[in-house]
Design a binder for this molecule. Sequence first.
Ligand SMILES: [Zn+2]
Length: 184
Amino acid sequence: MTEKKETRGRKRLPPEKKKRPQTAVKINDFILPFVKELKGNLKKGLVTEETLAQLLGVLQGAVFNDINSAGIIENLQHHVSNLESENQLLKGNLDDQKKRTLQIVLERDVEHQEAMKIEGRYRALESKYRNLKDRYDALLHQEHDCMAITSNGKRCSKKAVIDITREGLVFHVCLQHSKVFGAI
Ligand SMILES: [Zn+2]
């Protein structure tokens, strides 16, 4: 009985070209997209041993033990720590600034109150000065103006130029009133 040549299925490869048997694994649908992506990348030659090691590292939670990652994380922590101290410093400065501002506001308030008091005193002095000036003017008027009473019953406002004597008293009168008194 002669051996019948197998003609069905895929053509057999010579032994040296035969592929090693591949492991068959059932894949859960949930992780299928990941496996497909990985297989795709593998086909494109994008998956090196290092890539694989990193991916496994990620899956095993070992990424933080990676020297590079650890370095990056350490740098970041250092950076965060620097920023925190900087923030504290700025907060401190801000507090100081607020205190100084408050102090200035209070000082200005006090100065403003002082200024108001001084202004009040100034107004009072000004008013007193005006009164004195009026009094002075009145006195000056009495001293140098005509002492005669005009027809409207008020004192003559003309400047006295002549002194006249009547019944033992001296009167300062203007030229016009001196005529009335018959001095000239
Ligand atoms: Zn007069």
